[in-house]
Design a protein around this ligand. Structure first.
Ligand code: IPM
Ligand code: MN
Length: 356
């Protein structure tokens, strides 16, 4: 054996494995930001076996279907799903409002039981919260998103619309447990429950009791509670005080747009829709939407998609590649020329691909 051969290095022993990834570009800027994310994954040396799924507004308009059962079954057999964005242009008259969001994105969250929506934020230089470093664990299958409610006497002057919030002990507890485990694994072992217990007396009570019960299993995690309205102020004024936040589906939706805005812009915000039990593929997507107004102009920031792809690689156990991508994103952000705002979508993708 020559001196250069090192048969015991772990990477020499591992058989190469290609991950099967479903790519749903979707609408607006979705496909173009995913192209950059996949460029970066490949530059990081990870080989993916990708299948492109043509879903979104165009698919709906040509077939009349948002997501058929057979496609859903194929998606379930993948290792992971990377999604760009879903949604028609604002004010579109050809696609009913919310149809794609509910029929595609929410359906995938529900059917794949992706009960944690993990959204990490690290403040960038010059943002409102430059020293912040926190993660939001958003419950992802219940709350007002569950679709409970309906109309009475619709279209009459007496019409009634109700929209319930579904909170199951099982659903809340598993999400809270995930958040505690995450908080325990971070250097600052701190978890904040965000809710509106003073007004939402039933849901808030269940969340508080589930939180207290799980806390007993995690004595090393410091806990706190904030009402969601106050949490908005704290996010703007003292975001560096947060470690991990756990909250309900709708509060989490709203808080994470705010969190994106204060940490450098929604163009950076990444997310993982996780089934921690791994019985189905998890789904990774930028927090931002389809932004039809800038689609095709090269103005879309692909960093949120790139960071989402890094979260996917972490999930697929490609830890080294995931770390190199995250480090490259931070490195680009530390480059003062990055902030001059003249970068194109592909330019940012190239800059990250070179660095990884
Ligand atoms: C998000 C989005 C979705 C949500 C929409 C597109 C249904 O805003 O992922 O935050 O509300 O969850
Ligand atoms: Mn949202």
């Amino acid at each position: 054996m020559s001196e250069n051969e090192v048969p015991n290095r772990p990477e020499a022993r591992e058989a190469p494995r290609t991950h099967r990834v479903a790519v749903i570009g979707g609408d607006g800027i979705g496909p173009e930001v995913l192209a950059e994310a996949l460029k970066v994954v490949s530059a990081a040396g990870v080989e993916l076996s990708t299948t492109y799924y043509d879903l979104g507004a165009d698919h709906y308009l040509s077939t009349g279907e948002v997501l058929d059962d057979e496609t859903l079954a194929r998606l379930k057999s993948e290792d992971a799903i990377l999604l760009g964005a879903v949604g028609p242009p604002i004010g579109s008259s050809s696609v009913p409002s919310g149809l794609l969001e509910r029929g595609l994105l929410l359906r995938l969250r529900f059917e794949l039981d992706l009960y944690v929506n993990l959204r990490p934020f690290v403040g960038t230089p010059g943002s409102v919260a430059p020293r912040s470093d926190f993660v939001v664990v958003r419950e992802n299958t219940e709350g007002p998103y569950a679709g409970e409610g309906g109309f009475l006497r619709k279209g009459t002057p007496q019409e009634v619309a109700t929209q319930g919030s579904v909170n199951t002990r099982h659903g809340v507890e598993r999400c809270v447990r995930f958040a505690f485990a995450l908080a325990e694994s971070r250097p600052r072992r701190h978890l904040t429950l965000v809710h509106k217990t003073n007004v939402l007396q039933f849901a808030g009570d269940l969340w508080s009791r589930a939180f207290a019960a799980v806390a007993a299993d995690y004595p090393g995690v410091e806990t706190s509670y904030q009402h969601v309205d106050a949490a908005c102020i704290y996010l703007v004024e003292r975001a560096d005080r947060f470690g991990v936040i756990v909250t309900d589906n709708l509060f989490g939706d709203i808080l994470t747009d705010l969190a994106g805005a204060i940490t450098g812009g929604i163009g950076l915000a990444a997310s993982a829709n996780l089934n921690p039990a791994r019985t189905t593929p998890s789904l990774f997507e930028p927090v931002h939407g389809a932004a039809h107004d800038i689609a095709g102009t090269g103005a879309a920031n692909p960093l949120a998609a790139i960071r989402s792809a890094a979260m996917m690689l972490e999930y697929l156990n490609e830890l080294d590649a995931a770390k190199r991508i995250e480090a490259s994103v931070l490195d680009l952000q530390a480059d003062t020329t990055y902030w001059s705002n003249t970068w194109s979508t592909a330019g940012v993708g190239d800059a990250i691909a070179e660095r990884v």
